[in-house]
Each structure stands twice: as structure tokens, then as C-alpha cells.
Write a protein that binds this ligand. Sequence first.
Ligand SMILES: Cc1cc2nc3c(=O)[nH]c(=O)nc-3n(C[C@H](O)[C@H](O)[C@H](O)COP(=O)(O)OP(=O)(O)OC[C@H]3O[C@@H](n4cnc5c(N)ncnc54)[C@H](O)[C@@H]3O)c2cc1C
Length: 397
Amino acid sequence: MSRPGFVIADAPARDFLRAVELAADVAATHADDVDRTGRFPVEAITAIKAARLMSMMLPRALGGEDASLTDVAQVTTALARSCASTGMIFAMHQIKLSSLISHGQDSPWHMNFMRAIAAGQLLLASATTEAGIGGDLRNSVCAVETEGRRARLVKDATVISYALDADAILATARREAAAPSSDQVMVAITKDQYRLQKTTEWDTLGMRGTRSEGFILSAEFGADQVFPKPFADIAAQSMLATSHLLWSSVWLGIANGAVARAQAFVKGEARKKPDVKPPGMLRLAEATNMLHLMRANLAEGLQRFYRARRDPDELNAVGFSVAMNNVKLASSEMLIKVVNHALLICGIAGYRNDTPFSLGRYLRDAHSAPLMISNDRILLNQGNLLLVSRADTPIGG
Ligand SMILES: Cc1cc2nc3c(=O)[nH]c(=O)nc-3n(C[C@H](O)[C@H](O)[C@H](O)COP(=O)(O)OP(=O)(O)OC[C@H]3O[C@@H](n4cnc5c(N)ncnc54)[C@H](O)[C@@H]3O)c2cc1C
């Protein structure tokens, strides 16, 4: 029997926010260089591994610490406040881990793999996006070919973040060559089992440190590395929700970082001219109000997720998908408004790239949020779901 999911009530064994402090400092130190040169944030990821945070969400029996999704969300926000790319890499790894925790515990291969992740603080990457499919997660072109106990996969993966620095990739594919595009499975493939042939570079506006290049992924692996559950269940029961919740945690971190700079600017103005109220005060109050809305949106999403974990009917209900999609839509749009406000507050000092109040990196990173699975695509799906689900949202409903 699988365990019910993420721990909700148990007190964590350690203070994860303290545990992440050093890694967040390291991430902040290197954030501008990571952004400028578009390189993997190796120093921050090494510090995260040293703090054993890669495996924080795994069950204790497998070498983890039974951290809740809220713990992971808080750590993600703290990292992203310093360096959005580091936060996003951490979030993407944890999203993959959540699929293993929720859907891998009936499979000896996946259980051993989780032990190996904890022991080696392994980094997991994701290959869902595919040429010809784009961000349509629930369809695949490529297919797993199985021969006895061995299997093969070739995927034209147009975006795999930090693929060259990962220890394993979790990829989606059709179940077999004859399967329709929506009959998908997910497979965990370790570094020694795949080859990566680069097809596109990652020279982007923001999120430059995620190094989300395109590759032809060619792999040979054991047939038992395919998750026993169909990908449709994995997506509906863990991956969509954890993606939207942890991405939103990254975006809250970026927003926090931008507002902290704006607040420092306003305080500096107040010190310089004690008799004049800084003009940015009003905008700062507005930006903080939006931050609170982002946090409330995320916190409510996490509570809804916990409720659904306890109730399989709710987990599979249309209303749950609608709620998780709404968390993503609202946070990604609010983030851009918050960073714009911070820019209005700091003015030229924020627009310049060489001041303590520079906001260029925050602004560029923020603009990835609505594209990371296009908000238009999600809104259209949302419209379809609302044909069969209630649209009003009573408190507690
Ligand atoms: C920083 C970052 C890291 C990423 N890392 C990974 C990763 O590690 N692994 C991975 O697999 N993917 C990753 N992705 C890809 C991501 O998850 C999405 O798949 C991708 O952003 C979608 O790309 P697209 O805009 O080209 O594709 P599409 O989804 O095809 O969208 C293209 C455009 O068409 C429009 N459109 C398409 N379909 C619809 C529709 N049905 N309704 C309305 N409009 C539509 C959208 O407005 C969009 O602008 C990453 C993306 C980012 C930004």
C-alpha cells in the first residue's frame, strides 16, 4: 500500500527555513553572475545538497525527513528570493520527487531509486515538453518500446532544464508505439542510461540559470522503471498540483525579493529627506498588499491540496484541477504586477543594472511565469472544465 502522501500534522524534525539560510545566501551571492552568464547555479545547488534538502520530502524510511509540501514551498520561496533560477531548479526537482513519493511506493525499482536519491542527494530533471506538442502535458509523440525486461525511448525534448547537471530524468511518453497520444506513461531514467544530443541553446530573457536547453533524449532502461500508474493519474493526483503550488512558491520568492529592494529604496529616501514623505510609499503599500494576496493564494492552494490528499473523490474532482490551475494563473499574473510596482517605486535606480535596487533580473525572470505552460492554454482548459463544474467560490467551498 502506498502511504497516503505528504505529512500534514507531524512536526518536522528540523527547522527547514534555518537549514536553507546558508544555501539562500550562496544563491544570492552568485545570482547576478548566474543570470549574466546563463550558467547552472552550481554553488547554490551544492549548498542545498550539503544541507540534505534534496531529499527533505522523502519518507524517513527511505532516508528523507518527511517534510510537508508547505515546508518545501517555504524553502523554495527562500531560495527564489535570492536567485529565481535556483528556486525553480529546486522546485522542479521536488515536483518530480513528489510523483515518486505518491506513485512509486508499490514498485521495488522506484523504492530503491528513492533511497539512492536520499543517499546521493541526486538531482531530478523533467522531460515532458516535446516537439510538436509544446506545453500540452497530456499528449506525447514519442513512445516507449518494450522488449521483454528492457525498454527504449527516443524523445525530441525541446526543453529540459539543467539536463546536463541532473542525475536522472523523468520523461513522459506514449505507453507503446500503437497507443494513442494521450495514453501516456512516465519513466525514471538514470544518467548512465541516457544520451543527450543538444538541439537548442538557452539564451533567454530570464530564468537563465535553469539552462533549459533542447535535446534528443535517447535511453535504454529496465521495463520496471516505467511507473506502474498511467501518467493521467500521476498528473491529476500529484504532478499538476505540486507543479502549480511549487512554481507559485518560486514566484512568491521573486516578488518578495523585488519588494525588499523597493522597500530598501523607500527607506533610503526617508532617511535622506526626513521631512518629506517618500513618493514611493503608496506604491510600496500596494505592492505589499499584492504580496499578501499571492501568499494567501498559495496558502489556500496548499490547504486544498492537503484536503484532496485525504479524500480521493476530491483529488479526482474537476473542482480540484480548477482550483490548482487558478493558483498558477493568479500567482503568475500577480508576480508581474508586483515587480512592475517595485520598478515604479525605484525608478531609474531600479531600471539601471548597476545599483543595489536593480530590478532587471526580477522583471525578466517574472515574465517566464505566464509562459511556463502558457496561461492561455490553461485558461482554455479551465473554460472547458467550467462547463461541467461550479464557477462560484463560496468561502470554505
Ligand atoms: C524556465 C522554464 C523552464 C522549463 N523547464 C522545463 C523542463 O525542465 N522540462 C519540460 O518538459 N519543460 C520545461 N519548460 C517548458 C514549459 O513547461 C512549457 O512546456 C513551455 O513553456 C511551453 O512552451 P511553448 O510556449 O513553446 O509551447 P506551447 O504550449 O505550444 O504554446 C505556444 C503558444 O501557443 C499558444 N497556445 C498553444 N496552445 C494553446 C491552447 N490550447 N490554447 C490557447 N493558446 C495556446 C500559447 O499562447 C503560447 O504562447 C520550461 C519552461 C520555462 C519557461
